[in-house]
Design a protein around this ligand. Structure first.
Ligand SMILES: Cc1cc2nc3c(=O)[nH]c(=O)nc-3n(C[C@H](O)[C@H](O)[C@H](O)COP(=O)(O)O)c2cc1C
Length: 322
């Protein structure tokens, strides 16, 4: 495909949307570089969480999410794209090059693009209301196009998720390196990145599966509401860097589709940062057939629930390479 660079307006809009992607602790660990050969994506390893994410797996998943956000936004402006993954063997942090061509957007791309500014990580409780099979099928189709699968965890199997999550939380509680990263990247002290207090509920979820704790929670939430979320495990058949990056695209596609369908979502990955607890999830819930890349709570918020405010982002100029 010959590379036809998108017009400036489409490109600027795509970068504005790409920075809205979810990322581990809202680290935004990516660098974008528009060149005459394509739009290049690099890992910003200076923003790696070296204890929480020592293997950089979550960093790559986060970069996959921004890659998907960028492509969705371009597509909605009439620019379809192809991706060359890891185009330069001598530059391992060069994750992808995106090349565009003029093409009318599909309806689903327009829906996903419209969901970008609306999507939030919603850590509050969800109501106990089932999700239509058709919705689940749409989510599965989305992740399938990136070589990933989702497993919906039925209620009787939730202890197989809860046990490793609880173990990981226990190990992290006494790990000063992990706690240092929580203090540095959440609470009231970050302006353009990190997980703000206002997005973290004051009361822990009254569900069976524990979720990651952050500093200084300030989002008022009643303590006794049972959590009706469905838990999904997103997995990939391989666990190399390409599979992890594409898993991030799959996560993004799932979250944007869910948002479009009116569902609330929250990615939860604490147990995947420790090899043993990740393996427990792989064998307990994915039968050793796929590698877990993210757990996602999905469900419905109560009617008339207050919308969450957006988490902050760095200005686009800061994520563009000089
Ligand atoms: C790879 C990855 C891992 C994440 N892990 C967690 C997690 O364990 N717990 C959590 O509450 N949020 C998690 N998140 C959500 C981020 O904290 C969230 O995307 C970020 O704070 C930005 O907020 P937003 O999603 O509302 O835009 C994760 C996101 C990604 C992409």
């Amino acid at each position: 495909m010959t590379y036809v660079a998108p017009d400036l307006e489409a490109l600027e809009n795509a970068f504005e949307m790409a920075v809205r992607a979810p990322s581990i602790h809202n680290t935004q660990p990516w660098i974008w570089r528009p060149t005459t050969a394509g739009i290049e994506l690099f890992a910003d390893t200076r923003r790696q969480l070296s204890v929480t994410d020592s293997t950089r797996r979550s960093l790559l998943v986060s970069c996959g999410a921004t890659l998907h956000h960028l492509r969705v936004a371009l597509s909605a402006s009439g620019w379809a794209s192809t991706v060359e993954y890891f185009p330069d063997r001598s530059a391992p942090d060069h994750l992808a090059t995106v090349r565009t061509v003029r093409q009318h957007p599909s309806e689903s791309r327009i829906d996903q693009a419209a969901a970008i500014p609306l999507r939030r990580t919603d850590r509050r409780h969800y109501v106990p209301q089932s999700i239509p099979v058709g919705h689940m099928r749409s989510l599965a189709t989305q992740v399938g196009s990136f070589g990933a699968v989702i497993r919906q965890v039925p209620a009787p199997m939730l202890p197989l998720l809860a046990a490793p999550m609880l173990r990981a939380a226990g190990l992290h509680e006494t790990d000063p390196g992990y706690q240092g990263e929580i203090m540095a990247w959440s609470g009231r002290n970050r302006i353009t990145d990190g997980v703000p207090s206002r997005n973290v509920p004051t009361a822990p979820l009254a569900g069976n599966v524990p979720v990651r704790s952050f500093a200084d929670p300030a989002l008022e939430e009643p303590a006794d509401r049972p959590d009706g979320a469905q838990w999904l495990v997103l997995g990939t058949p391989h666990d190399d860097r390409r599979a992890q990056l594409r898993a991030g695209e799959a996560v993004s596609a799932l979250l944007l589709t869910a948002t479009h369908l009116g569902l609330a979502t929250s990615v939860q990955t604490e147990a995947l940062g420790i090899a043993e607890t990740r393996q427990e999830i792989r064998s307990g819930l994915l039968h050793d057939c796929a590698y877990p890349q993210a757990m996602i709570r999905v469900g419905w918020r109560p009617e008339n629930s207050t919308p969450l405010s957006a988490t902050p982002r760095r200005p686009v100029a800061e994520m563009l390479a000089a």
